[in-house]
Write a protein that binds this ligand. Structure first.
Ligand code: PHE
Length: 351
């Protein structure tokens, strides 16, 4: 009942299907609304009832057999496609992985973290302040008036007459004392960058890191300063460190001292690290000058305080025996990767 030629043609067309495109073309040509198989049903209306039944039956059979052949082809193609995909995405789990290089804490940050931890454990707060400062906070309120020769101690980058790049972290002392309206006890450290017009060489840098410490309360004495620094330096450089105070001068402290630590490499016997003296100069400190207290609204007859300032680069150079300060800033991985083995808790640099 169905045209033999069409059956033959369809049979051949199905046999020629080898891609998804062929499959689509076939569907379009024979099975879409206007496709040659679909349009066979339009013949129906010309047939008698008897013929209709028979023709309908044949047409259905034909359509079903075409459809099931197409389904089989599609299934086969899907399977082939999947296998190809799996093959191309195959992972060889025996291949060695790509090594991911890890970063390490920079030696300067390591020292800052260590000092912070030491002082936080003694109840200090960590404060910060702006690097672009007013002359007032960086110098004047710290008892260094404009014409004072002490300004020569810190050759400063000025932005204009009143604004500068801070040459020390001491302005954070001033800010903290001024902000503290109720004059409650102060116990802070302030790590941060400072700037000076130095020519860069192995021991100087125009930008470096300082950590300032300040304690203000009633009845604070030099003994508190010494005790505090003794605890801190023993934690930082290992047990058994002795401290030596030498008279010094800073405009914002009176008396002022330079603090030496007994050499942690030779234990005070004398070596290249301590230049055979047994002592290493570590930081500057002193009792807060009455003028500074007064400038910040504290009555120096009621309140006293101590302050200290240390250079982070210097501590890191001593602890890790680094000879050139510039190594900290040049981002040379050969230098930086040497610190991966030093654990933060390893506070005995002589190991
Ligand atoms: N600010 C001083 C300096 O940079 C260090 C210091 C701080 C000294 C606090 C005494 C007290 O040289």
């Amino acid at each position: 009942m169905i045209d033999e030629n069409l059956i033959k043609e369809v049979d051949e067309a199905i046999n020629n299907i080898s891609t998804y495109d062929d499959l689509n073309d076939f569907r379009l040509k024979y099975l879409s609304k206007k496709g040659s198989i679909t349009s066979l049903s339009s013949k129906m209306k010309e047939l008698s009832n008897e013929e209709k039944r028979e023709f309908g039956y044949c047409l259905n059979e034909f359509k079903n057999s075409v459809q099931s052949r197409l389904n089989a082809i599609k299934e086969k193609m899907d399977l082939e496609y999947l296998n190809k995909k799996l093959e191309s995405e195959k992972i060889d789990i025996t291949l060695p992985g790509t090594k991911i290089t890890k970063g390490y804490i920079h030696p300067l940050n390591r020292v800052i973290e260590e000092v912070k931890e030491i002082f936080i454990s003694m109840g200090y707060d960590v404060k910060s302040g702006p690097e672009v400062e007013n002359d007032l906070y960086n110098f004047e309120l710290l008892n260094i008036p404009k014409s004072h020769p002490a300004r020569d101690m810190q050759d400063t980058f000025y932005i204009n007459e009143e604004i500068l790049l801070r040459s020390q972290t001491s302005p954070v002392q001033i800010r903290t004392m001024l902000e503290n309206k109720d004059k409650t006890p102060i116990r802070i450290i302030c790590p941060g960058k400072v700037y000076r017009r130095d020519n860069d060489d192995a021991t100087h840098s125009h930008q470096f890191e300082q950590i300032e410490g300040l304690v203000v309360d009633k009845n604070i004495s030099m003994a508190d300063l010494k005790g505090t620094l003794e605890v801190a330096m023993n934690k930082l450089f290992g047990d058994g460190r002795k401290l030596r105070f030498r008279p010094s001068f800073f405009p914002f402290t009176e008396p002022s001292v330079e603090v030496d630590v007994s050499c942690f490499k030779c234990n005070g016997k004398g070596c290249n690290m301590c230049k055979k003296t047994g002592w290493i100069e570590i930081l500057g400190a002193g009792m807060v000058h009455p003028n500074v207290l007064r400038n910040c609204g504290y009555d120096p007859d009621v309140y006293t305080g101590f302050a200290f300032g240390l250079g982070v680069e210097r501590i890191a150079m001593l602890k890790y025996e680094i000879n050139d300060i510039r190594d900290f800033y040049t981002n040379d991985l050969r230098f930086l990767s040497q610190f991966k083995y030093i654990e933060k808790s390893d506070d005995d640099a002589s190991k």
